[in-house]
Ligand binder design. Structure first.
Ligand SMILES: Cc1cc2nc3c(=O)[nH]c(=O)nc-3n(C[C@H](O)[C@H](O)[C@H](O)COP(=O)(O)OP(=O)(O)OC[C@H]3O[C@@H](n4cnc5c(N)ncnc54)[C@H](O)[C@@H]3O)c2cc1C
Length: 420
């Protein structure tokens, strides 16, 4: 069924013994056709997952994904790989729990090793008030069928004795654990969905930038691209940090700002952190990759930008967070850092909705939490594109919530992207 041949233990051994000459490219490199039933703009995680589920679950065909660069070159290959469903609000928790369930079966579903590792995530708390807020969040998670566990200081100490428990300003008092959370190898997610979509006939067209959206009588008719005009009955926009730019092609302004978020990797160290830890008194989170590097990040760079690299003040800020949580991190050398463009929505929650233009659909506003949403986002967007009705778990992610004041403001921070 697959152009590259099905993957199996037997195949891996056979190829190893015969010089790996039997592998073929994991997806085709087709020329764009004149028109499609569905065009998905953006070959990131969300766009590829949408195409995959459109073909596989909703039995649609004549689908193309148009990517201006290469598949997985955007945020899907730049994030810090954390997955979790530890949300408080009704609008969010069922959606992210649906996503976590899809992660749990994803590798079997698309027969690709994405290194889904449910190594657990621990959110630290540093005050009684923060403990109460985490208790409430944990209870909300459990009510929605997710797992959550409140740990006291000694339980956290048993897990991570090297943390700075007695920091005079922010002593660690405990943590909220979600054991089913963890990490996934991010670019393998793009590759797995790409391979699965291609095998079901989806045209994945790289180096094809959408430069215009054409409409006629209030209906989308296709897209102008760097490789010519391509007609379409339905167009789905899934371009993450470039959302405002693409929607500006039809003069639509979004409740979204683009900001840079940086990620950092240290030199390889011996096994130290077996889960994901987030600092509750500053913006810092850390895990350890299978190669040994500490993978960590913090806040967005507090200004709007479309650059995929960040500034020094945030590097310093993230390093300060790391030092106050685990001072020995100061002895590790930083190996790499990079940035990605975040589509920060004004309430910190995403949008998966139709637009006022017939046949034009939008998926975005993922802020810096969209990687964990990839499977559910793809599924829900495919549902919307195929059936014109929202998926049950994504009903709240509509544009009109900003008009009606029904924000899904998980952190209660208002329209301040840097605080979400
Ligand atoms: C440093 C960093 C750390 C993060 N950490 C986490 C984390 O730990 N957990 C988590 O859940 N989330 C995290 N995120 C957020 C997550 O990566 C994003 O929310 C998510 O990947 C966005 O969806 P996507 O994968 O579809 O985006 P992308 O991969 O960015 O896909 C969008 C694609 O659209 C293409 N495109 C744009 N304009 C056009 C056009 N005009 N024509 C054609 N193609 C176009 C782009 O080239 C790009 O490939 C992080 C992000 C960053 C940058």
């Amino acid at each position: 069924m697959f152009g590259s041949g099905a993957y199996s233990g037997f195949r891996v051994i056979k190829e190893a013994l015969t010089g790996h000459k039997g592998w073929k490219p994991a997806w085709r490199d087709p020329e764009p056709q004149k028109s499609y039933d569905f065009i998905i703009i953006g070959g990131g995680g969300h766009g590829l997952a949408t195409a995959y589920y459109l073909a596989k679950e909703f039995r649609q065909s004549r689908i193309a994904v148009l990517e201006k660069g290469y598949l997985g070159g955007g945020n899907v290959g730049r994030n810090t790989t954390i997955i979790r469903s530890n949300y408080l609000l009704d609008g969010n928790e069922p959606f992210y729990e649906f996503s976590l369930k899809l992660w749990e079966g994803l590798e079997q579903d698309f027969n690709f090793n994405a290194m889904v590792s449910q190594r657990g995530i621990l959110n630290l708390y540093h005050s009684d008030a923060q403990r109460d807020a985490y208790t409430r969040r944990g209870n909300a998670m459990i009510l929605h069928g997710a797992d959550a566990e409140l740990l006291d200081r000694e339980q956290v100490r048993a897990m991570y004795p090297f943390l700075n428990f007695d920091n005079a300003r922010f002593p660690i008092k405990g943590g909220l654990a979600q054991r089913r959370g963890g990490t996934v190898r991010h670019d393998a997610v793009a590759w797995g969905y790409a391979r699965g979509a291609d095998a079901r006939g989806v045209d994945l067209i790289q180096n094809c930038e959408v430069t215009g959206l054409r409409t006629e009588n209030g209906r989308v008719t296709g897209v102008d691209t760097s490789r010519g005009f391509i007609g379409a009955k339905k167009v789905g926009v899934a371009v993450a940090g470039n959302s405002s730019r693409v929607m500006a092609m039809v003069d639509r302004r979004l409740p979204i700002e683009s900001h840079v978020l940086q990620a950092f990797v240290s030199e390889g160290l011996k096994p130290l952190i077996d889960g994901v830890i987030t600092y509750g008194a500053g913006h810092f989170y850390v895990s350890q990759s299978d190669k040994g590097g500490l993978v960590f990040g913090g806040d967005i760079d507090g200004y709007n930008s479309y650059a995929q690299r960040g500034n020094m003040p945030v590097v310093e800020d993230v390093a300060e967070g790391g030092m106050s949580l685990m001072p020995m991190i100061g002895r590790a050398r930083l190996l790499r850092s990079w940035g990605g463009i975040m589509d920060m929505s004004m309430d910190g929650s995403p949008i998966i909705d139709r637009t006022d233009i017939d046949g034009l659909y939008f998926n975005g506003g993922w802020c810096y939490g969209g990687f964990k949403a990839t499977p559910a986002s793809g599924w829900a967007f495919a549902h919307l594109l195929a059936t014109d009705t929202p998926h049950d778990t994504a009903r709240a992610y509509r544009f009109d919530r900003f008009l009606k004041g029904r924000m899904i403001d998980e952190k209660g921070q208002g329209a301040q992207p840097n605080l979400h």
